[in-house]
Design a binder for this molecule. Structure first.
Ligand SMILES: Cc1cc2nc3c(=O)[nH]c(=O)nc-3n(C[C@H](O)[C@H](O)[C@H](O)COP(=O)(O)OP(=O)(O)OC[C@H]3O[C@@H](n4cnc5c(N)ncnc54)[C@H](O)[C@@H]3O)c2cc1C
Length: 478
């Protein structure tokens, strides 16, 4: 193995190849601390050519390689137990901003928020905005098909990627899609977006830019409980309004935020707050604000605050986007769950999720993209406590079952990774998985690129009634 490390050093340079235990420790996991494993080495290439050489070198030594951005993923997708991590953070150039055709060409290590900062002067922005956008990279966003608060109106990453340059697991470089947004043949860009780094390493992305809205209004509606806030969301959507964002924070989240540096003056006696953002032509927004006020009042909001200026708006968003960080106050570890349900099912599912948390005696809080039905039940815990850890894992599985039974799916934006691979059978049949496996194998036939992700290692026992799913898992060969 030291021969491989020597070869990697000769490609990227000594300072860009990490192999000491204290250096590797940092890369043992991503944002999901439940799963970890020490990589053999970490390389930080500066160019596509270096990525290509690293991939070829790993292949020669038969060692797996795993692309990585900022490591903010929450499903163990960038985990490289015994493999080589290819960290793309140094490939962080914005290669081109084309205002006329509204696109940008970027390297994968560009930080999400930096792209919108760089394009604001030409009146454009990059719409997908994960709450981690101050840190996470476009490469990671592409791999996870990331969403964010503004996904409700603008769509997820897949709606914004025009073209990709990819180093295939073979080491070959391919270009997929086109800057024009139309490419003949199969939609291979669509196949790569959301493939969680298992089909190759993105070395360049061409993404759409969207005009900055003429005006933005941000409102905060205060509710007695989270179920009432969910009902309000369903009514807003039913009314035909399309807000840019509809985000809910529950009581426990509010308490954590207000005790942290992200405090924003949220009412700690509220059961939940709903953050509503409207954007568009200035002339239409006052009417939309009035309609949101009416709907919120009908849904039993005690009051609705409207941000009076940009500073107030930023304050509200700081609370929402800082809420995961604020939970660091509650316990050493945080399990950020991710599932999607039909919006109309939100009130019942939320009630069931909270009941599961209570039954397992866990600190469970909710902060989520309510407009998309994208839940994030967050469990604060201490992984050194084996009993609590077991309860966290069991509660997580039950939460997924409740969501799937309500017509939902097992992830909205954090991906499957290593975390949920064994739950794929909840939503896909063996035939579905086989079809996906064949697509995977067309790009990555020997599985050296990001192994152990997405595909299940165990099989679900399905009860005789195909609609009633059993949740006992058995090994695939068992
Ligand atoms: C506080 C917090 C808030 C979050 N909020 C959101 C949110 O609102 N919406 C959301 O969608 N996610 C959210 N996330 C999850 C995470 O930030 C996203 O999944 C993000 O896209 C990961 O980007 P990254 O650069 O950190 O990627 P990493 O974590 O490094 O990697 C993620 C996956 O992408 C692959 N990958 C990375 N770079 C490349 C590349 N160049 N080519 C191919 N594959 C690659 C990796 O192999 C891995 O499978 C949040 C995370 C945190 C910690």
């Amino acid at each position: 193995m030291s021969a491989l490390v020597t070869a990697l050093r000769s490609i990227v340079g000594d300072e860009a190849c990490l192999s000491g235990p204290e250096e590797l420790f940092v890369y043992e996991c991503d944002g999901l601390t439940l799963h970890s494993g020490e990589p053999l080495a970490v390389v930080l290439p500066r160019s596509r050519d270096e990525v290509q050489q690293v991939v070829r070198s790993c292949r020669e030594h038969g060692v797996a390689f795993v692309p990585r951005g900022a490591g903010t993923g929450l499903s163990g997708g960038a985990l490289a137990d015994g493999g080589v991590v290819i960290e793309c953070s140094r490939m962080n150039r914005i290669v081109e901003v084309n205002a006329a055709d509204r696109y940008a060409i970027v390297e994968p290590g560009v930080v999400n928020a930096d792209l919108s900062k760089a394009t604001a002067s030409v009146g454009l922005f990059y719409a997908p905005d994960p709450s981690s956008q101050q840190v996470c990279t476009i490469g990671g966003n592409v791999a996870e098909n990331s969403g964010g608060p503004h996904t409700l109106k603008y769509g997820t990453t897949t709606d914004h990627v025009l073209a990709l340059e990819l180093v295939l697991p073979s080491g070959e470089v391919v270009e997929l899609g086109s800057t024009a947004g139309f490419a003949p043949g199969f939609d291979l860009v669509g196949a790569v977006v959301g493939s969680e780094g298992t089909l190759g390493i993105v070395t360049q992305a061409t993404v759409k830019l969207v005009p900055l809205p003429e005006r933005v209004e941000t409102l905060l509606a205060i509710f007695p409980d989270v179920v009432a806030a969910c009902r309000c969301v369903a009514e807003i959507i039913e009314s035909g309004l399309v807000p840019a964002a509809l985000e809910i924070m529950d009581r426990r989240t509010i308490a954590a935020v207000e005790a942290s540096v992200y405090r924003a003056g949220l009412p700690t006696d509220a059961g939940a707050v709903l953050l509503v953002e409207l954007d568009g032509p200035a002339v239409v927004l006052p009417d939309q604000v009035a309609r949101i006020r009416e709907i919120a009042a009908r849904a039993s909001a005690s009051r609705v605050e409207v941000a009076q200026d940009d500073a107030e708006r930023q304050r509200m968003w700081r609370a929402r986007k800082g809420s995961f960080g604020a939970m660091g106050r509650l316990a050493p570890d945080l399990y950020v769950h991710d599932a999607v349900v039909p919006r109309s099912a939100l009130p019942e599912v939320l009630a069931a999720v909270c009941a599961i948390g209570d039954r397992y005696g866990l600190k469970l809080s909710n902060v989520f993209h309510a407009g998309d039905g994208n839940l994030h039940p967050n469990i604060s815990f201490d992984r050194r406590d084996a009993d609590e850890l077991a309860r966290v894992v069991a509660a997580g599985a039950e939460i997924l079952k409740v969501c799937v039974d309500a017509g939902g799916v097992i992830t909205g934006e954090h991906g499957i990774g290593s975390e949920k691979r064994d739950f794929m059978g909840m939503v896909f049949s063996d035939d579905d998985l086989d079809a996906m496996r064949r697509l995977h194998d067309a790009f990555n036939p020997d599985g050296l690129c990001n192994p152990g992700k997405v595909f299940p290692t165990t099989r679900f026992c399905v009860e005789s009634d195909p609609k009633a799913r059993g949740y006992d898992r058995v090994p695939f060969d068992g």
